[in-house]
Design a protein around this ligand. Structure first.
Ligand SMILES: Nc1nc2c(ncn2[C@@H]2O[C@H](COP(=O)(O)OP(=O)(O)OP(=O)(O)O)[C@@H](O)[C@H]2O)c(=O)[nH]1
Ligand SMILES: [Mg+2]
Length: 285
């Protein structure tokens, strides 16, 4: 990852617009602070894409778009890389962000950047209308940068997913793992599922009730996982509940959108999380 970070920092010198791809289901947690820092350092404008909007809660997405569009140098839109009409907006908006770049002499140079598994390569393929990059629902599919011409006077660079060295807040780590930006070996599925369970019980209890046909009254994340294990017959050979299997059922249902259109955080909940983290004395954190 370190070399990918260095390569990105270097590439940015010859990039006019940073197209930061985030996951619309967790826009704050899936924004890489390092990309933001490097972009400011080079003074480059940002087209912020909240991708996978087809899986996210439309109301929450509207709140995030308004929040980001209030930031200087940022233009934010929600898209699905799988919807061609959404994808077509990207070159047009990028041009508006760097109007000084035009013609063959000064092509508009765009780079897709973001954390792993948010859909950068899917977008690269959609923008070029052919399969030039490998995609897959796991982190670190793309291993190196590639730059291609995107019509006359425009180039586009796909970059490997970039994580930052230390995820500061556990809540972010859990959201990232639930959405598969962090690989399976880096986290324990059961813990991730319990955490996802508590978020969904608070934000979307009806989706859980409908999908698993259970009453969620009084349940916490752990209780929910046990109920899912019962419901889905996740039983170990010896007779106990197989919570790891239940976690997998639950995570697959969430990731595929089967549970419904879900967003794990909104600007307000993120501000609260950050404020609470700041108020913890250093010795306890
Ligand atoms: N539902 C939905 N799935 C998407 C969308 N965009 C991408 N995906 C899926 O997300 C997964 C990851 O896509 P990639 O394009 O490989 O992601 P990436 O950002 O290039 O990932 P790395 O190369 O690992 O950094 C794939 O399974 C895609 O099919 C979208 O807008 N909606
Ligand atoms: Mg990729």
């Amino acid at each position: 990852m370190n070399s990918a970070r260095r390569a990105f920092a270097k590439a940015l010198a010859a990039i006019d617009v940073v197209i930061e791809v985030t996951d619309a289901r967790l826009p704050g947690a899936s924004s890489n602070p390092m990309i933001e820092e490097l972009r400011h350092f080079r003074n480059r404008p940002c087209l912020k894409l909240l991708n996978k909007a087809d899986l996210a809660d439309p109301k929450a997405t509207r709140e995030w778009i308004a929040y980001y569009n209030a930031q200087p140098g940022v233009r934010a839109i929600a898209i699905s890389a799988k919807h061609p009409a959404d994808v077509e907006r990207i070159p047009v908006l990028s041009r508006q962000l760097a109007p000084h770049r035009s013609g063959a002499e000064k092509p508009l140079r765009m780079a897709l950047a973001g954390i792993p598994n948010v859909g950068k390569s899917t977008l690269m393929n959609a923008l070029l209308k052919r399969r030039v990059a490998k995609v897959g629902d796991e982190p670190a599919v793309t291993k190196s940068q590639q730059t291609l011409d995107l019509g006359p006077g425009m180039t586009l660079t796909d970059t490997p997913g970039l994580m930052w060295p230390k995820i500061e807040h556990d809540a972010d780590g859990f959201m990232l793992a639930a959405s598969h930006a962090i690989g399976r070996n880096a986290v324990i599925d059961e813990e991730v599922a319990v955490n996802l369970g508590s978020i969904l019980l608070a934000r979307y209890p009806a989706f859980i009730e409908v999908r698993y046909r259970i009453d969620v009254t009084g349940l916490d994340g752990e209780g929910l996982l046990e109920r899912i294990a019962h419901r889905r017959g996740c039983i170990r050979k010896g007779g106990g509940l197989d919570l790891e299997k239940a976690a997998n059922v639950f995570l697959v249902d969430y990731r595929s959108g089967t549970l419904g259109r879900i967003t794990l955080e909104v600007p307000e909940s993120r501000q609260q999380m950050l404020a609470a983290a700041e108020s913890v004395p250093d010795v306890l954190s």
